[in-house]
Design a protein around this ligand. Sequence first.
Ligand code: SAH
Length: 219
Amino acid sequence: MATSPPADDVERMEFQLALRRRGISDQAVLRAMEEVPRERFVARGFTDSAYADQALPIDCGQTISQPFVVAYMTEQLEVGPQHRILEIGTGSGYQAAVLSRLAREVVTIERYRTLADTARERLQTQGYTNVTVRLGDGMAGAPDLAPFDRIMITAAAEDVPDALVAQLTAGGKMVLPVGPRHDAQYLVKLTKQADGELTREELIAVRFVPLLPGQAREL
Ligand code: SAH
């Protein structure tokens, strides 16, 4: 992979300031956002906008989320250094890279082969050795690697997928956007109690591409 020029320092500083201004205060999360070069995860024509607080298009009609939302979801997930994390919706691999700076291990699942292959290569090239990218239907999770301490879904579900709840540890947390495809979606944070019951907290309004069933037939 060709290496892109280092991002402008001023731009990177403004990026951090914007996250703080919007309320991100967890130092470890801010550091992870600082360490992962977003310009290496966006599509070629969009590197100039990599540090603007906006979602950007990637292949297969999908999007890399807005940096604030990446930071916010990461903060809400309350990740610790011993955690094993499952992410659904690899996309560019950016969110997985950010999570990998905070956790022991990240498993991420993508339904498009093109995106999974590109993200896997990109993460390997950049030395993110604790991330595993899988091609498949994330709604089914990764039963062979479960349970997970934390699960993040980065595509909007109409309902919380049961298979994923089953793959959370006791005390585990899941953050996901919930809502219909073209209507109001909001972030939900679930905590699995020791007795298996879920507590549910509604966070902020968001806009995500839909969580779709099955592996994509298109590449
Ligand atoms: N986290 C990504 C952005 C994700 S966009 C990043 O940091 O770049 C949402 C992604 O979820 C898309 O790539 C879409 O293809 C994927 N997706 C949607 N439904 C899925 C499913 N059932 N299993 C796996 N991936 C899915």
